[in-house]
Design a protein around this ligand. Structure first.
Ligand code: ZN
Ligand code: FE
Length: 259
């Protein structure tokens, strides 16, 4: 879940936690868009100087809702060459987990940014998906992350290749398995043009067959989105073959049965 510190989400952690209690969740996690080494990299993430404020705001929610397990985490952008910075961030706080996400397939194109839709229109979807999955595979292999975020994000605006994407999925999942990284089922896709959970059923099923564990996320950017469509995500997990999910505490994974 996100907070106003990334400039494109609403609701403080206390408000999101209140909603989580109202919808019957017993554990939630904040994974704000992590700062880049330079604050002027883009305009949709937490600033370096706000890290302490972020951690304090999550701690406030934890104090107000002792009945909820609340995790402090980050959604970290993976770009090749940023590894040293990511390691530094990782060392700044005892995070519960790090979600590794690819949004950028070059230094300047974040493919899920609605302001850059025109770029999609100039590109071949296969070329974009291939570049994206190359990076996602590198991110999974890097050993920097506990969970890979929204694995098939390039489908967001419905620019989908005609080619069979199974080989891209397979390479990514093999890397995730080797590095022992989990993959999230992220319901935000249902709120986008693609109207489908990230990842698609094919990728979820392949992940189960490869033995890649899953987590559940609503990627909430507002209190009303907390836990959104978790019944659909659970159905997707079960259909893919999963009977377990997992949680992270201080970056240690614990398997739990999917009730
Ligand atoms: Zn966001
Ligand atoms: Fe993301």
């Amino acid at each position: 879940m996100h907070t106003p510190l990334c400039w494109h989400a609403v609701g403080d952690p206390v408000d999101l936690a209140a909603h989580a209690v109202a919808v019957g969740l017993d554990e939630i996690g904040f994974s704000e868009h992590s700062p880049m080494a330079r604050d002027d990299f883009d305009d949709w993430r937490m600033l370096i100087g706000d890290l302490d404020k972020y951690i304090a705001s999550v701690e406030r929610a934890r104090r107000e809702f002792p009945q909820l397990r609340i995790k402090t985490a980050l959604e970290v952008d993976y770009l090749p060459g940023h590894e040293a910075w990511i390691r530094e961030l990782t060392g700044r706080h005892p995070w519960d987990y790090l979600i590794g996400s690819v949004h950028y397939i070059s230094e300047s194109w974040d493919i899920d940014n609605p302001k850059k839709l025109s770029e999609w229109k100039r590109r071949d979807p296969w070329e974009v998906w291939s570049a994206y999955f190359d990076r996602l595979t590198m991110a999974a292999s890097s050993g920097l992350f506990d969970i890979m975020g929204h694995a098939d994000l390039p489908k967001k605006f419905c620019f989908v290749p005609k080619q069979d994407c199974a080989p891209l999925f397979e390479r990514f999942l093999d890397a995730a398995k080797r590095a022992d990284v989990a993959m999230e089922l992220n319901t935000a896709g249902l709120r986008k043009d693609c109207k489908e959970i990230y990842p698609c059923p094919q990728l979820a099923t392949m992940a189960f067959q490869k033995g890649v564990p899953i987590t559940f996320g609503s990627d909430a950017h507002a209190p009303g989105e907390v836990g959104a469509d978790f019944a659909a995500a659970r159905a997707l997990a079960l259909a893919a073959g999963y009977r377990e999910t997992c949680r992270f505490t201080a970056r240690r994974r614990e398997m739990i049965p999917l009730e």
